[in-house]
Design a protein around this ligand. Structure first.
Ligand code: GLC
Length: 730
């Protein structure tokens, strides 16, 4: 017996013409048109390569309007939009779809709500350093409320691409180098975005991305090839996506990259055998922007028609802005080259999602008034501030922090005074002027300070800087990256701080004043010199709307730092990819010459995965492990050995000492955030299920082998207590 929704879908499908079916697969990105001859993309390239200045670009943009292709919409040729971010426009287009097309099928509106909509929260890499699924879910719920109030139905998030190479610009958009953290982060985001019922008007469909292994692009270059063993794919990359599917994500975006030579967009093994047959995913797949057409560039499609054919056969439902489907599917089906049943499958899944969202009954979920009342509510601003303070990592503190109210401070560095830079990458719904810079926060809190940008016209203004800090008791140095230096198409071959910023830091250190470096960046940076030179470093990342206030909360100790790194900070770019869960090799790096290391670089990172300081200290003792029926249970005593309350992220790692395939020297198996009062001690318990101890052998059989397993527990991936257990399975 067919359920009512399925019956409605089948009835609607039977009425649809071939053109109308193809129209449902078409996702339109509003094109910018204006008083310029070239396309918007060409204009962007002209700006990036300097053929026009940013001012000229801005002036041309001021003449731009968005073309929403209403005539195609009226003709039933558009099923969804990417990039409509206001209720007025969304409702206007929805009205055309519902009232002026033959069948009145409502539109689906997709948007990149990656780390907030208007209330922009810390970039995902930053927020991942909170190690806090409850927080991740809360900020996602807030983003969903804002975005749906602006007419959005689906976000192209969470991004859970495990990223072990800091040269890649998109490391900023995920939860770092660890598999478990990316999975927990993504699952929490899915729950937060979608809520308990997609038919609720503030439910936002989660479209997990980029499926799969986009973070493993060779040499950290964006869009580059991904070539790895199936063992590594299944052990290190796929679990994070699977966690999002298990959390109920209703959409998936295939990645731009190829996987072992087959682009994900036309990879039927990935999109059908794994995603649908093995994982049981029955939602919608949305190609990445123009990705179907780009299969021609990959060299696996002869032309756009071939690309369209392969993508539909592989299981891509929605064509995001390439037009390969709208241009070719009718001809392919009429020529019998593609079965119409494949098209029907895709249409059914798209219609199903629209029914799940309740769009047929309630196509208008919001209006301009609701949008206005919802954006940047005070409670959202408070949550953004909380999230930022929980995301910033205290990397070094030689008795300088927390600052005392009576201390005179000087603030040096343009990033301290640039609210727009605080949004970070992929904050397309945010307004820079909504953000609070460090200087604005100081002003708002009535804290006196001297300020100087430090670098003028590409040079350190040494005299002016010396003068600015002359009467200061402590100097806050704001350095790092512009928001454009991370995110998409922002890979770097050098992740060290620019020489001019190091020169500024040295200039300040020479004054003899204590310097607190506040880093604003979207990826791990190679900062060995800075780490040696200055007595305190706060990794602020690009912290979003409440940047300045959250930084002051931490610098003055209103909030005790608790965040820990989710990516490794190398000494030099040359070490990339550098990550904690590496394998030992036959000659593990060490003192003697003939071991796996570099001649010119230390073996250890500047700061290891899982590292972060607090204003209090924590002591670990009495680690104890025992085998239970289907898990290993561990207990450790954790004590707050300092003089103020604080949260510690207790991390539990495991190593399979002997296996048929070399196993990581350690891999995160569990973690827990614990709040302790000064002097308080607790027993922290973990249960590591046996399936976390297995791996894939050379025949891709998942095996669980008896033998010795060492468990490491501590406050980061380097400093641990260890306990080895001999486990017998089966
Ligand atoms: C971009 C990104 C993807 C984003 C999409 C839609 O190219 O790869 O992450 O969601 O386009 O804007």
């Amino acid at each position: 017996m067919m359920d009512v929704q399925t019956q409605k879908i089948e009835t609607l499908l039977a009425e649809m013409t071939l053109e109308e079916k193809i129209g449902q697969l078409q996702q339109c990105g509003p094109s910018l048109v204006g008083a310029f001859e070239v396309s918007f993309e060409e204009l962007l390239d002209m700006m990036f390569d300097g053929r026009i200045s940013q001012e000229e670009f801005g002036k041309l943009m001021s003449t731009a309007e968005q073309d929403f292709h209403e005539e195609d919409l009226r003709a039933g040729k558009i099923g969804s939009y990417n990039g409509v971010g206001d209720a007025l426009t969304a409702n206007r287009l929805q009205k055309i779809a519902v009232e002026e097309t033959r069948l009145g099928i409502p539109l689906l509106f997709g948007y990149d709500v990656i780390h907030g909509f208007r209330t922009v929260t810390p970039i995902p890499l930053a927020e991942s350093c909170a190690w806090d699924p409850a927080l991740w879910q809360r900020t996602a719920r807030m983003s969903a409320q804002e975005a749906t109030a602006a007419g959005v139905h689906m976000t192209f998030a969470p991004m859970v691409d495990v990223a072990k190479d800091a040269r890649w610009g998109r490391v900023s958009e995920g939860a770092g180098e660890d598999t478990l953290l990316n999975g927990d982060y993504g699952a929490a985001k899915v729950r937060g975005f979608q809520g308990d019922d997609l038919a609720q008007t503030d439910a936002l469909v989660a479209c997990l991305k980029h499926f799969s292994a986009y973070g493993a692009g060779e040499a950290g270059k964006d869009y580059n090839r991904v070539d790895m063993s199936l063992q590594r794919l299944w052990e290190e990359y796929l679990p994070a996506y699977k966690a999002c599917i298990d959390a109920g994500a209703r959409a998936v975006m295939p990645a731009f990259n190829d996987l072992n030579g087959v682009p994900c967009t036309v990879n039927d093994w990935l999109l059908r055998a794994v995603l649908r047959d093995e994982w049981g995913f029955d939602g919608v797949t949305v190609s990445d922007a123009n990705a179907i057409a780009e299969c021609v560039n990959h060299g696996v499609a002869a032309d756009r028609q071939d690309a369209a054919k392969q993508a539909l056969q592989a299981g891509v439902d929605i064509d995001m802005t390439s037009n390969a489907y709208s241009e070719n599917l009718q001809g392919l089906i009429e020529a019998g080259e593609v079965a119409e049943a494949l098209l029907d499958e895709a249409v059914q899944r798209i219609l199903k999602l629209k029914f799940e969202l309740g769009l047929f009954d309630q196509p208008y979920r919001t209006d301009a008034e609701k949008e206005k009342l919802t954006l940047v509510k005070p409670e959202y601003r408070a949550l953004a501030r909380e999230a930022a303070a929980k995301s910033m990592v205290l990397l070094k503190n030689e008795g300088i922090l927390p600052l005392q109210p009576q201390q005179k401070i000087a603030v040096i560095g343009g990033l301290a005074d640039d609210a727009g830079q605080m949004t970070g990458a992929w904050a397309i719904g945010a307004l820079g002027e909504d953000c609070v810079s460090l200087t604005q926060a100081l002003d708002a809190q009535g804290i006196a300070y001297a300020y100087h940008p430090g670098i003028i016209d590409g040079s350190v203004a040494a005299d002016a800087v010396n003068q600015a800090v002359e009467t200061a008791d402590v100097v806050i140095l704001a350095i790092g990256e512009q928001k454009e230096e991370s995110g998409e198409a922002a890979s770097k071959a050098d992740i060290s701080l620019p020489a001019i910023q190091l020169e500024l830091a040295e200039t300040l250190v020479r004054t003899g004043k204590p310097v607190v470096a506040v880093l604003f960046n979207g990826r791990p940076l190679a900062i060995p010199t800075l780490a040696e030179q200055v007595p305190a470093i706060l990794e602020a990342w690009h912290p979003g709307l409440e940047a300045g206030n959250a930084i002051l909360d931490l610098l003055y100790g209103t909030v005790n730092p608790s965040a820990k790194l989710t990516t490794t900070f190398p000494h030099t770019t040359g070490q990339c990819p550098l990550y904690y869960d590496h394998i030992a090799t036959g000659r593990p790096g060490g003192k003697s010459k003939f071991t796996s290391k570099y001649l010119d670089t230390p073996l250890e990172p500047v700061y290891p995965f899982g590292f972060g300081l607090s204003y209090t200290t924590f002591a670990y003792s009495d680690l104890w492990a025992e085998k239970r029926a289907d898990a290993v249970r561990l207990t450790v005593t954790l004590k707050n050995s300092g003089n103020r309350a604080g949260e510690e992220i207790v991390q539990c790692y495991v190593q399979d000492k002997v296996a048929k395939r070399a196993r990581p020297v350690k891999r995160l198996a569990a973690y827990r955030k614990v709040l302790l009062q000064p002097g308080e001690a607790v027993a922290v318990e973990f249960a590591v299920p046996f399936e976390k101890l297995g791996y894939y052998d050379q025949r891709m059989e998942f095996v669980l082998e008896s033998g010795a397993f060492t468990f490491f527990v501590g406050g980061n991936s380097r400093d641990n207590l260890a306990e080895t257990v001999d486990l017998r399975f089966g």
